[in-house]
Design a protein around this ligand. Structure first.
Ligand code: BG6
Length: 494
């Protein structure tokens, strides 16, 4: 049977993430039969909620799913609320008793998943108490799922990791990077290692540059306090963008397994050329949005943001990789809030044909880009469109001979993607299966922070000239300059 058996204990059970992502995802797993009779969920947080109130919250969190109320009630009846102060040993004793009671009641076979969906400064304390108060079982599995941010630099990430590994082994730790749960991010490995035409060209002989764009339309919204202490570099580059980069650049894993993939990702991340402090300003651009014409507030005027904040709401950078495969190929990355639109895409720009036989004279006379053939570009559309696009040069229809760029376009159809699991659902399912392929492993986290720390430190020590971009644009001009000075330009421009 496909049924999974486990007790979930969610720290931060009253929180936004739990309500927006976790409860709906668990419900979908329930609807699909991965969770049936043998599961229970303990939600904990400081607030003194009753089980009845908790059930209402669960039910409300599923409102968008348009589900049968009987199913919803049945599902919600597996949820138990435990008011809990994470620093109080006594409370863990109560939690232990409740866990054991539910284990017996639902036949949970000692399987435990602890989900830490709360302020990271408590992760260490929680892990330590889970051990000292003997909440971990020895007859089933014990796994811990950790939400981001995993530290705010290498040192704090290491400290956090040391606390966790005092209780859990690396193979019991599931660090969430929800981009790894996205359909088209998982597709990167499929298209690379499932197609000879790509993998044979996937190197510096044929690829000119690669562009990764994670664009957001909204501002900081209700997460201002967290965001103002983080910024785009820590919020998106250290984790999502470097994970995507590692999947794009890693060598072929021996087998498609968690261990083999991790080995290759770590090799890729360790090959990133570390920036020297004096190189930061020429290789990375930071931005912060000002006010928009249409009443959009400047970053510094947003609620709970300090009026002299120097936090980056935009970052663009050029990353080089020092190995045989990638030497000389720039990877341009960018992400930010209040950009033109909400989308994620990867553009792989191939080298142009060496000669343009169709326009030979012109090319010899004035070697400017207009007389050269366009490059082939493979675009991986991650969101909201999910698919691939390939630009090629072809003959223009009709008499005479001219070339014209054409596009091959493939998108998953809406019906297929509507039924496909959302990132959190996929990742919870993987964690239930003991499969951490699509989670980040410690060495990956460590190497990513080391790369990012140099940039952040330089920024902290130098005053930016903020605000420097308008809402609804693709960031400051310097982000375009970054490519222009290499003779490149962003494939997606506004
Ligand atoms: C999160 C960041 O990790 O990713 C947010 O903390 C960001 O700031 C979000 O908005 C974007 O995720 P998605 O799935 O909407 O692209």
């Amino acid at each position: 049977s496909k049924e999974k058996i486990a007790l979930f204990t969610i720290f931060g059970g009253t929180g936004d993430l739990a309500q927006r992502k976790l409860y709906p995802s668990l419900f979908k797993l329930y609807q699909k039969g991965y969770l049936q009779d043998h599961f229970a969920v303990i939600g904990t947080a400081r607030r003194p909620w009753t089980d009845e109130h908790y059930h209402e919250v669960i039910s409300d969190s599923l409102a968008d799913l348009d589900a049968d109320q009987k199913d919803v009630d049945q599902f919600a009846s597996h949820f138990y609320y435990q008011s809990h102060d994470v620093t109080d040993a006594q409370h863990y004793m109560t939690l232990k008793k409740l866990s054991e009671k539910l284990d017996a009641q639902y036949g949970l076979q000692g399987n435990r998943i602890f989900y830490l969906a709360m302020a990271p400064n408590f992760f260490g304390t929680i892990a330590q108490h889970l051990r000292s108060e003997n909440i971990l079982t020895d007859n089933g599995f014990n796994r811990v799922i950790i939400e981001k941010p995993f530290g705010h630099d290498y040192a704090s990430a290491k400290e956090l990791n040391d606390h966790l590994t005092a209780t859990f082994n690396e193979d019991q730790i599931y660090r969430i990077d929800h981009y790894l749960g996205k359909e088209m991010i998982q597709n990167i490995t499929a298209i690379r290692f499932g197609n000879n035409i790509w993998e044979s060209l996937w190197n510096n002989r044929y690829i000119d540059n690669v562009q990764i764009t994670l664009s957001e339309k909204l501002g900081v919204e209700e997460r201002a306090v967290y965001y103002d202490n983080s910024g785009a570099l820590r919020d998106m580059v250290q984790n999502h963008i470097l994970q995507i980069l590692s999947l794009l650049t890693m060598d072929q894993p021996v087998e498609f397994t968690e261990k083999d993939i991790d080995v290759e990702k770590v090799k890729a991340l360790r090959s990133l050329r570390p920036l020297k402090p004096e190189e930061v300003a020429t290789n990375f651009v930071r931005g912060q949005y000002g006010a928009g014409d249409d009443g959009v507030k400047a970053y510094r005027d947003e609620d709970k943001i300090s009026p002299d904040s120097n936090t980056d709401s935009f970052v663009a950078g050029k990353i080089m990789i020092d190995n045989y495969r990638w030497s000389g190929v720039p990877f341009y990355v960018r992400t930010g809030k209040r950009l033109t639109d909400k989308f994620t895409r990867i553009d792989v720009v191939f080298k142009r044909p060496v000669v343009n036989i169709f326009n030979h004279e012109d090319v010899l006379e004035n070697d400017d880009a207009s007389t050269r053939l366009d490059p082939n570009i493979l675009t991986i559309n991650v969101e909201p469109t999910e698919g691939f696009e390939l630009r090629m040069n072809a003959k223009a229809v009709g008499q005479g001979f001219a070339t014209t760029p054409v596009k091959l376009n493939y998108s998953h159809d809406a019906e297929a993607t509507a039924g496909s699991p959302e990132a959190y659902e996929r990742l919870l399912h993987d964690a239930l299966n003991g499969d951490a392929t699509n989670f980040t492993h410690w060495q990956e986290v460590a190497d990513s922070w080391k790369f990012v720390d140099v940039i952040q430190k330089y920024w902290d020590e130098h005053q930016p000239d903020f605000p420097n971009y308008r809402p609804g644009t693709m960031g400051p001009d310097a982000a375009d300059e970054l490519l222009h000075k290499d003779g490149h330009r962003w494939v997606y421009r506004n």
